[in-house]
Design a protein around this ligand. Structure first.
Ligand SMILES: [Zn+2]
Length: 270
């Protein structure tokens, strides 16, 4: 029987990936998401962390705001071939964004509220650590509302003159009460009004550790465990929590890694 050299097998794998799947890109932007399909893929890890591989070789991962790269991606195929790819991460500029007129008690919460804020954030972290085999991300994403982008992902935020964490999502300014639509199919993993910093808060799980979060909502129309379809109304825009005016904050995560909604597949640039 003919024996294939490792190089020949690697070439065959690459050809197969190009022929029937979606190959991995050579580089991605900070805050970017990769959705790839490598036929015959059985196992993968990104930066040493094992990631889910679908029956057809689907895998997803992202690069955080401060990821310098390269991302080391280890892949194992059904025929025994293994390879390590280095995905370069293109750096971005992170402008300073000043937000004035924020309620002072949300910029420096009173110490007696620290435990409550910590508890609320822990619940959100638990919701987005879910690793579900649904592939609701496969059809791509759509804007949850249409409006002016009033705050961009990753910008260095200065609230009332005080430097705080970078902005974790994208703000879209819309009138109070504007219906907010699911950007993709998903399952509601968190839905609570009145969180101290984020106000009315909804999380949708799109599968494979990908989740959307919607903050500052004035109304919630969904419950935990509910299945939603792309375009379905999940709540209404507001300015609850740390906000200066009505807008929708759309955050997007790959597990704990925050990604830029503007870079998601299917999202038309404004
Ligand atoms: Zn925001």
């Amino acid at each position: 029987m003919r024996r294939w050299s490792t190089a020949a097998l690697a070439l065959l794998c690459a050809i197969a990936a190009h022929a029937a799947g979606t190959a991995l890109p050579a580089s991605i932007s900070q805050g970017g998401l990769v959705v790839a399909r490598l036929p015959e893929l059985t196992q993968a890890s990104v930066g040493g962390k094992p990631v889910r591989v679908g029956a057809d070789g689907t895998l997803v991962f992202g690069a955080g705001r401060d990821e310098a790269g390269p991302l080391l991606v280890n892949l194992a195929y059904r025929n025994g071939h293994r390879e390590t790819l280095r995905i370069a991460v293109a750096p971005r500029d992170w402008p300073i964004e000043r937000v004035d007129g924020v309620p002072p008690k949300t910029v420096n919460p009173p110490p007696e509220l620290a435990a409550r804020i910590q508890r609320e954030q822990a619940e959100v972290v638990a919701a987005r650590n879910r690793d579900d085999d649904r592939e609701d991300f496969r059809a791509g994403f759509a804007w949850p509302v249409r409006g002016r982008i009033s705050g961009r992902f990753g910008n260095q935020r200065i609230y009332n003159g005080e430097p705080k964490s970078p902005h974790s999502g994208m703000d879209i300014a819309v009138p109070q009460g504007t219906p907010v639509q699911a950007p993709a199919d998903g399952i509601v993993t968190f839905a609570k009004p009145g969180l101290y910093l984020t106000g009315g808060t909804v999380l949708l799980d799109h599968g494979y550790g990908l989740s959307s979060n919607f903050l500052h909502l004035s109304r919630l129309d969904v419950k935990v465990g509910q299945r939603v379809r792309q375009g379905e109304v999940i709540g209404a825009a507001g300015m609850t929590g740390r906000a200066t005016g009505p807008h929708v904050h759309w955050g997007f995560n790959w597990f704990g890694v925050r990604l830029d909604p503007l870079l998601l597949p299917g999202i038309a640039k404004p």
